[in-house]
Design a protein around this ligand. Sequence first.
Ligand SMILES: NC(=O)c1ccc[n+]([C@@H]2O[C@H](COP(=O)([O-])OP(=O)(O)OC[C@H]3O[C@@H](n4cnc5c(N)ncnc54)[C@H](OP(=O)(O)O)[C@@H]3O)[C@@H](O)[C@H]2O)c1
Length: 252
Amino acid sequence: MLVTGGNRNTGLDIVERFAREGARTFFCGASAGSTAKGAEALAARGVAAEGLVCDISDAAQVAAMFDEIERRAGRLDVLVNNAANQGLHGCGPLDVTADMMREVFAVNVFGGFQVTREACNRFFLKQETRGVVVFLSSNTARRAIRNRTAYCASKGAINSLVRSLALDLGPLGVRVNCCAPGYIHTERWDVLDPALAARRRKNCPLGREASGADIAGVVAFLASDDSSNMTGEIVTCDAGCSCQHMPPDCDC
Ligand SMILES: NC(=O)c1ccc[n+]([C@@H]2O[C@H](COP(=O)([O-])OP(=O)(O)OC[C@H]3O[C@@H](n4cnc5c(N)ncnc54)[C@H](OP(=O)(O)O)[C@@H]3O)[C@@H](O)[C@H]2O)c1
């Protein structure tokens, strides 16, 4: 299996989950340095996984990554499109430039698409046991957050991409689903103002953000035969944030 952006944070936990279940697991980071750091972090957890360097927005690098998987393993059964450009531009939509928008879409939408296309053409459609694709979207695809125009738009595009791919690839035996997380505890939470962390948790009906392992559990379900009759689904995992009309301190 392959996890894009599996070198840190949520992706690393997804890699760990699959590797511990016995899957031969590949992951990529965008640079040699970040991929090597991911390999170190996984080794420190006692997890065996193989790191490949690939900027998924670059078609030649994606082709080279699949050449390497073909050479080393000769097959692929699960693709997790986790890599993301967070689009932390720190400005409102009217200051978002065309280049900012393009960079975010190049990774989140085009990148995920071309990795999926390559996985299908190289492996899934040639194998008797077809492969499974799981995308990582976000609850912000449906409920926007402020000053993240490019990111929210790209996550909405991923939801549509998942449905479109599911429709066309279903008859070919390939399932395509999506996990849409809310808050996830990443290294960014470790430097978060405690008052802000408490405020975010108050916004969660379950009172806590997801761990990477929580998200990995949903991804593992969507990649497993337990979800064999599901395709084109967007499964929200956000501690109930999306089901509330207003956060507690605005309720009346
Ligand atoms: N964190 C949250 O609260 C949250 C909430 C909702 C949804 N999500 C979604 O869940 C997923 C994981 O989130 P996260 O916060 O764990 O992610 P993250 O910490 O921002 O890490 C992003 C990952 O994507 C990789 N990446 C970025 N650009 C790439 C490129 N061009 N080619 C290859 N890899 C690239 C990064 O690799 P490098 O280290 O090499 O840059 C890194 O491994 C993402 O899809 C995100 O949008 C997260």
